[in-house]
Design a protein around this ligand. Structure first.
Ligand code: FMN
Length: 183
């Protein structure tokens, strides 16, 4: 698959099953993420890999986060939140470690981590894997960040779900004209 084909055919399958990325594929995904455009070579991106029981740990953190936001949430709603991390065999939390830098404002460090995430999705797709970029309120919860080993000041830009897509999502139409103008 060439680069343009990968860009045009990447899609987000909501449910991803085993097998997840092999060790070699995971290495490629992480290298692709690390090749994100990086102003000042600050390397602001960090990748936290969760497989097996570690996904359950994220599920627990997400359910606890939901409970703090909604103390009246039912047990089944909390269980459903906890189960969300079972939607793929492997999850990578991508975060930006924000450092003061007069030449590289925080927004650029966050965008850099976002570019790393997109590189990772595309690398997975190019290797025939499915990938889905998710966030949600838990990704902004300081307790979730520290629970995953980040600091409260770090910015989680996404939880990337990786696995095998059983259903190809329908093509998403694009409207270039609606978002483009010449100056
Ligand atoms: C920063 C970011 C966060 C996102 N968070 C979610 C999310 O929490 N849940 C969700 O369903 N889609 C989320 N999305 C969108 C999906 O990843 C996906 O891009 C969207 O459904 C469009 O589908 P496509 O990628 O197949 O075009 C997020 C996208 C970005 C860039």
């Amino acid at each position: 698959m060439d680069t343009i084909e990968a860009l045009f055919t990447r899609a987000s399958p909501p449910l991803l099953t085993a097998p997840g990325p092999t060790a070699g594929q995971l290495d490629t995904i992480l290298k692709a993420g690390s090749r994100a455009p990086d102003h000042g070579r600050m390397q602001p991106f960090r990748f936290a890999i969760m497989e097996g029981a570690a996904r359950q740990r994220l599920g627990d953190l997400m359910a606890e986060s939901l409970y703090r936001r909604e103390p009246e949430a039912s047990a089944s709603k909390l269980d459903a939140e906890r189960a969300k991390t079972q939607r793929a065999p492997l999850i990578i939390a991508v975060a930006a470690v924000l450092q003061p830098n007069p030449k590289v404002p925080e927004v650029e460090q966050i965008v850099c981590a976002g570019a790393a995430a997109q590189n990772m999705l595309l690398a997975a797709h190019a290797m025939g894997l499915g990938a889905f970029w998710r966030t949600g309120p838990a990704s902004y919860d300081p307790a979730v960040k520290t629970g995953l080993g980040f600091s409260e000041a770090d910015a989680i830009v996404g939880f990337l779900y990786f696995g095998t897509a059983t259903v190809t999502p329908p093509e998403r139409p694009v409207d270039v004209a609606a978002v483009t103008r010449r100056i």
